[in-house]
Design a binder for this molecule. Structure first.
Ligand SMILES: [Zn+2]
Length: 151
């Protein structure tokens, strides 16, 4: 399951709308091992295409190095589809190299409502997962009931 803050969802959708009809792409970094997307980084689509996306190699190196330096990892790798549903294409699957990342797709084919879905892509196998949008991670992760009562 992907749990993600609403402001990050809004930022991904906003980026996708802005770049429409070209595909938009980027990552949301989170602390290593936390599975918690926190810092959104919009990236350039080196293809500038309505049907493909590819990170610019130089930018990707820079962004990945900055994450390394901050003890972060790409919790979410997102891109948009502008004329088709939010499902990874064959090219998307072949480029997917991060088994620990949530691959988020946003479709902007409908001007009035967006579609946002999340997948794991491991060894070419695509598994959709539920997305839970939360206002804050503070109370949602373990739930208040998991906090032990004071003695
Ligand atoms: Zn795609």
């Amino acid at each position: 399951m992907l749990m993600i803050r609403r402001d990050l969802v809004d930022a991904m959708v906003g980026h996708a709308r802005r770049d429409h009809p070209d595909e938009a792409c980027g990552v949301v970094a989170g602390p290593v091992g936390s599975d918690r997307p926190e810092r959104l980084i919009e990236m350039a689509n080196a293809e500038r295409s309505p049907t493909f996306y590819r990170f610019d190699a130089t930018e990707q190196l820079r962004v990945w190095r900055a994450m390394d330096a901050a003890d972060e990892e790409p919790a979410v790798i997102y891109h948009s589809h502008t004329a088709t549903e939010a499902y990874p294409s064959r090219t998307d699957i072949s480029y997917a190299s991060q088994p620990d990342a949530h691959y988020v797709l946003v479709s902007t084919r409908d001007p009035d409502s967006h579609e946002l879905r999340s997948y794991r892509i491991i060894d070419g196998e695509v598994t959709e997962e539920p997305v839970e949008v939360v206002e804050s991670y503070m109370f949602s992760h373990n739930g208040a009931d998991d906090v032990p009562d004071a003695p």
